[in-house]
Design a protein around this ligand. Structure first.
Ligand code: NAD
Length: 294
């Protein structure tokens, strides 16, 4: 493997362990985070230009599309032609495409590569990357995806990675809600949760939410439900992703009623029902505590 010079911007919960894994694999990293956070084996610098100048690759892991656009505008001004920008943040499709166009205008390769796998996957180097961009850009990024993750899918052109991510998470949000409301109904019908799991997990109602991440404590494999609904995947992150899918649906005139309802329910849960900081599967105690007219 050729050791690359990598600029890494955004060392939060996800970015810091991802950067540390790249450094541990022998790459030379310079990082910048506005909050002054650092990562093991990585040289922290005081600005974006210092982090990206002369780098072969620049990776960003930031909170949203507005911040990504600002950071990318500055980074692209200081990157060398022929280098590659890999954005691993979850952002709106439009921002991803906008940044990719700005990169192309400067002869810089660009990949949008949001991830799934959460903080645990980032630390263990087992993330899944969903990538959008040219074949050349993806080929440059692929060896780095191998270090930070266990799987990378080239989904298509610029924005396709973000599109895959928000479609997946729209299914996940709606499915988790359906699973939780069904458990709450089963409770009221006097059906034991374990029996409900035994049937549904091997019947046509099965899903990742039921089988791999069961929202009922003490039932199915160990999940955040068994740990008082400590995330895991926090409800506010699900809310963010459902917002992005509705934003995209509006832009392209796609009819997504289940996604829209899931967004409404997670918004209420996070903003009015103390859902912030709880796992997104904590929808189960929420439904269990309610009646039809609450
Ligand atoms: P985070 O808030 O912990 O990290 C974001 C970091 O970006 C922070 O350290 C912040 O200081 C830094 N930052 C903000 N503005 C900046 C700027 N202008 N310049 C430099 N640094 C700046 O968030 P996270 O949990 O690491 O998530 C990062 C991205 O990954 C998000 O887009 C999120 O949706 C996505 N994601 C998160 C998870 C998860 O489980 N946490 C899972 C999948 C995807």
């Amino acid at each position: 493997m050729t050791a690359l010079t990598i600029g890494f911007i955004g060392l939060g919960n996800m970015g810091a362990p991802m950067a540390a894994n790249l450094a541990a694999a022998g790459h030379s990293l310079r990082s910048y985070d506005v909050a002054g956070t650092a990562a093991t084996g990585v040289t922290s610098v005081g600005s974006i230009p210092e982090a990206v100048e002369g780098a072969d690759v620049v990776i960003t892991m930031l909170p949203n599309g507005t911040i990504l656009r600002e950071v990318a505008a500055l980074a692209l001004d200081h990157m060398r032609a022929g280098a590659t920008l890999i954005d691993c943040s979850t952002v709106d499709v439009e921002s991803a495409r906008n940044v990719a166009q700005a990169a192309t205008d400067k002869n810089i390769l660009c990949v949008d590569a949001p991830v799934s796998g959460g903080i645990g996957g980032a630390a263990a180097g087992t993330l899944t990357f969903m990538a959008g961009g040219t074949a050349e850009a993806f080929a440059t990024a692929a060896p780095l995806f191998e270090i930070m993750g266990q799987k990378a899918v080239h989904c298509g052109d610029a924005g396709a990675g973000q599109a895959a991510k928000i479609c997946n998470n729209m299914i996940l949000g709606a499915t988790m809600i359906a699973t939780c409301e069904a458990f709450a109904l089963a409770d009221k019908l006097g059906l034991e949760r374990q029996k409900m799991f035994d049937v549904v997990s091997t019947s046509s109602g099965y899903s990742w939410s039921m089988n791999a991440y069961c929202p009922a404590p003490g039932v199915g494999p160990t999940s955040p439900a068994d740990n008082g609904y400590t995330p895991g995947f926090a409800a506010e992150l699900m809310l963010k992703d459902l917002g992005l899918s509705q934003q995209a649906a509006e832009l392209v005139d796609a009819d997504t009623p289940m996604g829209a309802r899931a967004l409404e329910l997670y918004r209420t849960f996070v903003e009015d029902e103390n859902g912030r900081g709880r796992d997104f599967s904590a929808m189960l105690p929420r439904f269990a505590a309610r009646g039809r007219d609450d």
